[in-house]
Design a protein around this ligand. Sequence first.
Ligand code: PBG
Length: 329
Amino acid sequence: MDRRVKGLSRLRASEGLRSLVRETRVGVDDLIAPLFVHHEAGWRQAIGSMPGQYQLGVEEAAEQARQWQELGLRAVLLFGLPAMKDAEGSASWDDEGGVIQRALRAIREAAPELVCITDVCFCEYTDHGHCGVLTERGGKRVLDHAATRANLAKQALSHAQAGADMVAPSGMIDGQVSVIRAALDEAGQCGVGIMAYSAKYASGFYGPFREAAEGAPQFGDRRSYQMDPANGAEAMREVSVDVEEGADIVMVKPAMAYMDVIYRVKQAYGLPTAAYNVSGEYAMVKAAAQAGWLDERTTVLEMLTGFKRAGADMIITYHAADAARWLRQ
Ligand code: PBG
């Protein structure tokens, strides 16, 4: 016998052995399901670029949330499709009629255990599709971070007052976490947390989402405020700023092409860390599965496990409901 051979395969011989030595586990309670809420009553529209995902009216969304709660899911991330868009995105802080505010009240009722996180941004609410207020600089229309911050505070507070457990600012606006934290605290909403889209990259993988949320920029792109995909050290600075400003959870987005960033963030800060498995990542797997090119269940669970192995504590994913079903079996 060759004593130099060090065999590692003996621990892989059966499912029992494999499960004993398994280092990473994905559970339903690691998953956060995005939900697109449309302002129109009775609305239910399939999103072509994201098979299996829908835009839903407020009541339909509440019913979806109820079913997801029953399935064991713990949290949803809400995106709103408002009735009206303007230059500022003012429909996003409409306490009574706002689509997210109404959805929060309905979901609270239908699925009281579910953690409701709201995406806080303006791209779905502005007529120009950018993530805040615009101003002119050097003959160009650019994002006005200062003016946008004031509006972010209004939107986040309105969500909190309508029942959000956490708000998730996604616009990569400088100072977004601190201005929201201050607004919440001053209004007595100290218990509402902030999940910060800290390291959000200007990514091609958001393509399908722009159809889902009807928030594509009408001119230009988002590279002057979202991060350059080439930068890892800069992600650490973004996270450190958000931590200082009071983020409770930090996020890396997208997930698949940014596993090193997830790893570094978790290692360096040890904070609750979320990975956003975005629309394009979902669409790729769905399309390949529909073509019969890969096995959807195996691939999705492998991907989710990979995010957790890299350091994510929680995963925002459109696969959440499917994964919840598979994980229950
Ligand atoms: C809004 C927002 C976007 C996503 C989440 N929040 C779009 C963007 O920044 O262009 C992308 C989500 C996805 O692709 O699944 N700012």
